[in-house]
Write a protein that binds this ligand. Structure first.
Ligand code: 48H
Length: 257
């Protein structure tokens, strides 16, 4: 039995990896915005994988606000949550209460069922660049990073990379540091209304082949944080997917990797 368990896990995982060496979209980060983005991409037939550096998926959502694991979502994002069949209760006009664990579980479940593959425990540590376009990501085991081991990484080729890494805006910072041409302004202090409004405008392509969404979008453009309200995160993930779907349909991406 032990041999069957080991063989099944290794063979199936290797198959998953080998099938995803070249994809349409790589998303860095399996928080709420990255999951929603992955769901809508996969729903539109775009081959999508998500790398999450942690053991668990969900980013900042399971923690709710200061460990109180409920979250607030505004009316305009409820349609998305209905699509994921996530429960919600009206709190006040325009504001709903959701269970943070149910919400993140629901987002992850439907995203995976839609066939956006999530690889956890893998850190995106760099990008692949060709001329003036991001053409994929450079990955390594999170454990190698934690152990500070000098182990060379591997690369995954993609038409688009989505930075859904949250407050740290990590992929954009890598591009800022190594490629230049972009500047990460850094997130500002809390102002929920402004942060939630600007996150939608901030969700866009910031460098050829690189889209930023979720909290990373506000960090990139110097917009405020907003606390444990998540309407903006899911709307931003959906918008990032729409940008990519439209662009791929128009044939705007570089096909000759
Ligand atoms: C692989 C990585 C890497 C990397 C990071 O933080 P998240 O939940 O991000 P969003 O934008 O989907 O949601 C933000 C929200 O959770 C939040 O923090 C809010 C609303 N804050 C408001 C406030 O005022 O504080 O998820 C990002 C995910 C995490 O799971 C990271 O582990 C992961 O990205 N990640 N994965 N490679 N280089 N960097």
């Amino acid at each position: 039995m032990e041999k069957i368990i080991t063989e099944g896990i290794i063979k199936s995982y290797m198959k998953d990896l080998l099938e995803n060496l070249e994809v349409d979209v790589v998303i860095a980060g399996a928080g709420p915005s990255g999951l929603v983005c992955g769901y809508y991409l996969a729903k539109n037939g775009i081959k999508t994988i998500i790398f999450e550096r942690h053991l668990k998926i969900g980013g900042g959502m399971p923690g709710g606000g200061m460990f109180f694991n409920n979250i607030i979502v505004q009316e305009e994002a409820i349609e998305i949550l209905k699509e994921f069949k996530i429960g919600y209760k009206k709190f006040k006009e325009n504001y709903y209460i959701l269970d943070a664990i149910e919400t993140i579980s629901g987002l992850a479940y439907k995203t995976i069922r839609q066939k956006a593959k999530i690889f956890n425990l893998i850190n995106v540590e760099d990008v692949v660049i060709r001329e003036n376009k991001i053409d994929g990501v450079v990955i390594n085991w999170t454990s190698a990073k934690i152990a500070n081991l000098h182990v060379d990484p591997l690369a995954i080729i993609s038409k688009y990379v989505v930075d859904a890494t949250g407050h740290d805006c990590e992929i954009c910072k890598i591009v800022e540091k190594k490629v230049g041409d972009i500047i990460v302004k850094g997130e500002k202090s809390m102002w929920a209304e402004k942060g939630e409004k600007e996150i939608i405008e901030n969700t866009k392509q910031v460098y050829p082949g690189l889209i930023v969404c979720g909290m990373a979008a506000n960090a990139f453009f110097g917009s405020p944080r907003m606390g444990a309200i998540f309407g903006g995160m899911v709307l931003s993930g959906k918008k990032a997917a729409e940008i990519i779907v439209n662009s791929i349909k128009k044939g705007e991406c570089n096909e000759d990797n």
